[in-house]
Design a protein around this ligand. Structure first.
Ligand SMILES: NC(=O)c1ccc[n+]([C@@H]2O[C@H](COP(=O)([O-])OP(=O)(O)OC[C@H]3O[C@@H](n4cnc5c(N)ncnc54)[C@H](OP(=O)(O)O)[C@@H]3O)[C@@H](O)[C@H]2O)c1
Length: 339
């Protein structure tokens, strides 16, 4: 066991795009777990777009990280010492938020789920078998009311939520279309079964490109990004279109400032469209239901996922910034110790 616990602590609340120096790497002695808890060592740390809003000055749906605190984040980890009944050294666990960017954390059993590598590969527990799996599932099937035959546009389609969502759309008998930044990302989407896609960074007329791809309009838009892609979709709505606002990653450098773009409210009226914000925490009581189905699909080989894995705790802020810059293909993780 390492003698110290390395921790990334937040230096300041962030305006604009975060920078590596917004966190500081510190060392503390590895803690002893009090009764009823256990000490776990991280294997994979999560980095994800939601973390941007947790370090902002502006209002969010939960309390954020304060300067001086260890950065929030989930992890797949192995128990190294336990004082909790039913949990022993060697057990694998996953926490969705409660580990932090550090080597070791003291955890309570109610804050974790057991990782069963026989059910699904270890890294999937921060992806398909984690928050992003249930996000894709409920955003499509509940909030998005996905129906067979729907033409479904997905932004950040080669990312963690996007790559899974596209495959679920196909499995449901609907047709997924991708928006992603590069041709390489779109090629990955095609491999996964997306019908076609648009490379948004190279496109000077996004609304026109969507019109060419989907002349009858978009039935369901899984909005992972907000910003100009959202504005372009609003000009291409099919009757009774649903827009599920899952994420606003394109606003990462301007949180708290007005999201100014062209306004297409008449199109919302004409299409009788519905725009609804989505928060995965609202479905917490039903996560198990979705994970059971997702595990079956993984086991049957009907879902494939790609991982972008940075090595070493020291690279964690940089890995997070890669996600905000769109450099990740698939789910970005940081591996900090061996399995
Ligand atoms: N509401 C919820 O409960 C909930 C839960 C989980 C996730 N989410 C949201 O779901 C979205 C996807 O999350 P994820 O973990 O799967 O991340 P991800 O898609 O793996 O990574 C983020 C992707 O966002 C895209 N992006 C970054 N900056 C952009 C910009 N300026 N314009 C357009 N696209 C940009 C990039 O893809 P390209 O290179 O293709 O542009 C990047 O790869 C995020 O917005 C996240 O906040 C929401």
């Amino acid at each position: 066991m390492a003698e110290v616990n390395r921790q990334w602590r937040l230096v300041r609340l962030v305006e604009g795009l975060p920078k590596p120096e917004d966190w500081r790497l510190e060392e503390e002695p590895v803690p002893d777990p009090p009764a009823g808890t256990f000490l776990a060592r991280a294997i994979y740390l999560d980095v994800a777009p939601y973390m941007r809003a947790r370090i902002a000055k502006v209002r969010n749906y939960v309390q954020g990280v304060q300067p001086g605190e260890v950065m929030i984040g989930g992890a797949v980890a192995r128990i190294v010492a336990s004082r909790a009944a039913g949990w022993k050294a060697g057990d694998l666990v996953v926490t969705d938020f409660g580990f932090g960017w550090q080597d070791y954390a003291v955890l309570r059993p109610e804050a974790v789920r057991r990782v069963d590598p026989a059910l699904a590969p270890t890294e999937t527990w921060l992806d398909v078998m984690g928050l992003n799996g249930v996000t894709a599932w409920f955003a499509l099937f509940e909030t998005g009311a996905l129906r067979p035959g729907d033409r479904v546009l997905i932004s950040a389609a080669a990312g963690s939520v996007g790559q899974l969502a596209g495959q679920l759309v196909r499995i449901a008998g609907a047709v997924p279309y991708a928006v992603a930044s590069t041709a390489a990302k779109l090629a990955w989407c095609r491999e996964l079964g997306f019908e076609a896609g648009i490379a948004h960074r190279d496109c000077s007329d996004l609304a026109g490109a969507i019109r060419t791809l989907l002349p009858n309009g978009v039935d369901l838009y899984l909005d992972n990004t907000a910003g100009p892609i959202h504005d372009a979709v609003l000009q291409n709505l099919a009757p009774r279109a649903r827009i599920v606002v899952v994420g606003t990653v394109s606003l990462a450098d301007r949180l708290g400032r007005p999201d100014i773009g062209p306004r297409f409210f008449r199109e919302v009226l004409v299409a009788r469209a519905r725009i609804e914000g989505f928060l995965v925490l609202d479905f917490e009581k039903r996560w198990g239901e979705a994970w059971a189905r997702l595990a079956e699909l993984l086991r049957a080989g009907r879902i494939r996922t790609r991982y972008d894995i940075a090595r070493g705790l020291e690279r964690t802020p940089e890995a997070f910034l890669r996600v905000l810059r769109g450099e990740n293909v698939g789910k970005q993780l940081v591996q900090v110790s061996e399995l």
